[in-house]
Design a binder for this molecule. Structure first.
Ligand code: GLN
Length: 267
């Protein structure tokens, strides 16, 4: 009896899954080269704002290193890029892409094994490592130095994972919704230190000289763009070709200079 009920349940669940998969597949427009799109004429890009200089608003427009790279892909396919600002958790769990909210995610997102189980990543396009942002002269330059204090992290990020796995027991980890809230909490003095990717923190330090990056943690991360699991190999192929071409013809270096003017070499 019990087994029969369980079996019925399992079959029903499977049917729902299959129907959902068909529905998503049918809804999409397919280009001659096999690239699938949610909307004709558009490359729908999910991102999470602000993550300066990768994606942020300037004069009402969404700009940034990721945005410019996605423009190269859109141009190649004869499309217009449309950017959707969405919580990072939806992106990093694959939900935004797997439920057809967007064709691709461009969000300074680190390629991890866990994420690669729920989305398909492009080739790596940028290197990163975790780092600590503090106010100048705080003397806080390690996780141990935060004993009895609070460390801020951004929700759903590799920084949150790293902090939770590595802080001593007497450090309280406080979660923030986005990068802007995180870094301004340090500047205002409401929290002594926060962890995030090195490039975004160095960008903040350049614009806020009272702050500094006091230490980097060698997490050896690489960013990738990501599409729905098993559903858009052709789009990934285009992205990888464009990335390779941009590195070959100097476009990648130009963008690097544009968005990371104080860094001395491209990653
Ligand atoms: N690279 C980090 C991660 O993937 C942070 C990305 C972000 O906050 N946009 O978790």
């Amino acid at each position: 009896m019990r087994t029969r009920i369980l079996k019925t349940f399992a079959t029903a669940a499977l049917m729902t899954l299959t129907l959902a998969a068909c529905a998503t597949g049918q809804d999409k427009v397919e280009l001659a080269n096999g690239v699938k799109l949610i909307e004709e004429g558009e490359l729908a890009v999910c991102t999470h704002l602000p993550y300066e200089p990768f994606e942020y608003k300037q004069g009402g427009e969404i700009v940034g290193f990721d945005v410019d790279l996605m423009d190269l892909v859109a141009d190649e396919l004869g499309l217009k890029q449309r950017t959707f600002n969405t919580p990072f958790e939806g992106i990093e769990t694959g939900q935004s892409m797997n439920t057809s909210k967007c064709d691709i995610a461009a969000a300074g997102m680190t390629i991890t094994d866990e994420r690669a189980e729920v989305m398909d990543f492009s080739d790596p396009y940028f290197d990163a490592t975790q780092a600590l942002l503090v106010n100048k002269g705080s003397g806080l330059n390690s996780l141990e130095s935060l004993a009895g204090k609070t460390l801020g992290v951004q929700i759903g990020t590799t920084g949150q994972q790293y902090a939770e796995a590595n802080v001593p027991d007497d450090v309280e980890v406080k979660v923030f919704e986005d990068l802007a809230l995180l870094v301004s909490a340090v500047k205002s003095g409401s929290i002594p230190a926060v962890i995030n990717d090195n490039s975004v923190l160095y960008d903040y330090v350049d614009k806020n000289p009272g702050t500094e990056v006091s230490v980097e943690f060698d997490t050896g991360e690489s960013y990738g763009f990501a599409v729905a699991m098993g559903d858009n190999d052709a789009l990934l192929e285009t992205v990888n070709e464009i990335l390779a071409q941009a590195r070959d013809d100097g476009t990648y270096d130009d963008l690097y200079q544009k968005y990371f003017p104080s860094a001395n070499s491209s990653s």
